[in-house]
Design a protein. Structure first.
Length: 343
């Protein structure tokens, strides 16, 4: 009886090397962010173990499937669901079917890569973090893809986004113009370009008018209602709480707004709140959230057209970065701060 050969996966290679699968993936893709020693050690171990990617690109042109993958981290944020709906419509109008992949892509595995390589013509990623390993793998495999909403800061990649730093500056400028000087931040994950750039834009503006951000008034969390709710309570318990808060997105802001209502913090009398995205719920009469509007439909249209161009031109044109306009929508959650009471 012949000897059974055990399949060597990326996960088993990473375990043997004592690194995460993300690091193993980056090393095999030659990512310069890793040291030469780490890349060489993992590459040599892969050869020794007989590891081969499950989905090597075939020689010659990729066979067309007529299917595009849309990747989101989750479906709880209506920004994502509306973006997906518009992307689906654009794909359908161009004659492509759609596969929805719900995955944070923090630690991509061989199964996900196999699905992408074997079944799809291209992928739009809305969930990439800074330095995301899936970008390295897709680049190495020659798969057409586009980053929408977030930027991983890899060179040679198509990116469709707003200028999040300018948008963050606009949010801070609005609160400052109303008279707020103690401004707090409830941001999303620190490894996402959206959170990082929105915060850096706000901080840059405040520094320019000699009103630096107080470290104790900055919290990083998830893009979730729960993060906004708990974060608001934490900031308002500071010895000198903020009079205005910039939130990483509308979902965080709505969580913060609910916490304020439940704990009898008047918005906007005691506290002003600004969100990002302008999801439909932000405009509801009971919410009326001041926010930075992203052009969701235009972002979907440009992202899909960019990917289809890359598919049909077989990755032969230079990478492009499209910066779409965003603007402040003023509603009922921001107002001048109340004068401090003298004791």
């Amino acid at each position: 009886m012949g000897k059974t050969t055990k399949l060597v996966t990326l996960e088993s290679l990473a375990a043997q090397a004592g690194v995460s699968t993300a690091t193993a993936s980056r090393a095999l893709a030659g990512n310069p962010r890793l040291s030469v020693q780490t890349r060489e050690r993992i590459t040599a171990l892969a050869a020794e173990m007989g590891y081969e990617p499950r989905t090597k690109p075939a020689a010659g042109p990729r066979r067309r499937q007529g299917v595009i993958g849309l990747v989101v981290a989750g479906l709880k944020n209506s920004f994502s669901t509306y973006l997906l709906e518009y992307m689906h419509d654009e794909c359908a109008a161009a004659g492509y079917n759609v596969v929805l992949i719900v995955d944070s892509l923090e630690d991509p595995n061989d199964r996900l890569t196999a699905l992408v390589q074997e079944k799809l013509d291209g992928v739009i990623l809305t969930t990439a973090s800074i330095g995301s390993p899936i970008v390295d793998r897709l680049q190495a495999d020659g798969m057409p893809f586009v980053l929408a909403v977030r930027n991983s800061h890899h060179p040679g990649v198509d990116v469709i986004e707003i200028d999040n730093a300018i948008a963050g500056e606009e949010a801070a400028r609005h609160l400052y113009a109303l008279g707020h000087r103690r401004i707090g931040f409830l941001m999303g994950p620190q490894n996402t370009s959206t959170s990082r750039d929105r915060f850096s834009g706000s901080r840059r503006f405040l520094a320019s008018i000699d009103a630096p951000v107080a470290p104790e008034l900055t919290l990083w969390g998830s893009y979730s209602h729960e993060s906004g709710y708990s974060g608001l309570l934490t900031l308002m318990q500071r010895p000198e709480p903020p009079t205005g808060i910039i939130c990483g997105n509308d979902v965080i802001a709505i969580g913060a707004l609910e916490a304020a209502h439940k704990h009898r913090i008047n918005v906007p009398g005691d506290l002003s709140l600004v969100g990002f995205d302008d999801i439909p719920l932000a405009g509801w009469h009971a919410v009326q959230l001041t926010t930075i509007r992203q052009p969701i439909q235009e972002m979907a249209r440009v992202s899909v057209r960019c990917l289809i161009d890359r598919i049909e031109k077989r990755n032969q044109h230079p990478a492009r970065r499209e910066i779409l306009p965003a603007h402040l929508v003023m509603r009922a959650t921001t107002a001048p701060p109340r004068p401090r009471r003298m004791s």
